[in-house]
Write a protein that binds this ligand. Structure first.
Ligand SMILES: [Zn+2]
Length: 257
């Protein structure tokens, strides 16, 4: 029996040729320990979407790869895929470690929230390039303007909702189709239909100022500008309501914000 097992085993050289190799860029979303010295990472990659990949030996003190694979790091990875479909990280080089975002508790929590939202609402595999690009854009904005982290997170949420098919109409009243900013002063949020209703058409639900809706317009149009505390708070209420309505999941790190 032993001899038979021996002869049917794939020799190392052949095993390598059976592996499919691929290079991609990715953001590290999370990691868990695996076996004695390995880790399984969840990556949001540009070319393969969200994928798990094992890195061998990274928990050994001598491993130089471990630091490169910290959560939130933007990395270039060389992956190989075994016949069983499990991907292995063979090579890593760091492109951006967004160190500033990890140096402060509030920034870390805000980024953990974004990563958790993405992780819990993205399927494995598939085309995640727009989500990958959005996450990298968010990390760059947040690193450059850490004092505006709240607005950067709202920017991410609004655009992410749009990518998932839940874009928000910030232009016209969902009922009378008139320009929202002209129909103020109060506008009523309709989370189900993704927009606002003017005071002439409804008086139901959460209401917001035209100023807040104008700010949402700016965010959907990729513009980030100075925002007062009240408007920031209102924007947070709006995105929370939309995320509850469309995803209906509990994001643990949001409770820490
Ligand atoms: Zn109306």
């Amino acid at each position: 029996m032993r001899a038979l097992t021996y002869f049917t085993r794939v020799a190392p050289r052949d095993r390598i040729s059976l592996m499919k190799k691929v290079n991609t860029v990715a953001v590290v979303l999370k990691s868990i320990n695996y076996r004695d010295s390995d880790k399984i990472y969840t990556l949001l990659s540009k070319d393969l979407g969200k994928i798990p990949a094992v890195a061998r030996g990274v928990r050994k003190i001598s491993s130089r790869r471990a630091g490169n694979l910290d959560t939130l790091n933007l990395v270039k990875v060389g992956l190989s895929e075994s016949l069983s479909g499990m991907r292995q990280i063979d090579e890593v080089s760091g492109l951006n470690s967004f160190r500033r975002l990890k140096s402060d508790y509030v920034l870390t929590i805000q980024c953990s929230y974004v990563v958790e939202l993405l992780h819990k609402t993205t399927e494995e595999g598939g085309n995640a390039e727009p989500a990958f690009e959005l996450l990298v854009k968010f990390l760059k904005i947040a690193s450059k303007f850490p004092e505006n982290i709240d607005l950067a997170v709202r920017f991410f949420e609004i655009h992410y909702l749009g990518l998932m098919g839940y874009g928000l109409n910030t232009e016209t009243c969902l009922k009378c189709k008139k320009d929202l900013v002209e129909k103020g002063p109060l506008l009523y949020l309709d989370t189900e239909h993704g927009g606002f209703i003017c005071g002439d058409c409804s008086h139901h639900g959460l209401s917001f100022s035209t100023q807040t809706v104008a700010k949402l317009r700016e965010l959907t149009g990729n513009k980030l500008s100075k925002t007062g505390e009240k408007t920031l708070k209102d924007l947070s209420i709006i995105t929370s309501a939309l995320i509850d309505e469309h995803f209906g999941i509990r994001i643990k790190s949001r409770e820490l914000l």
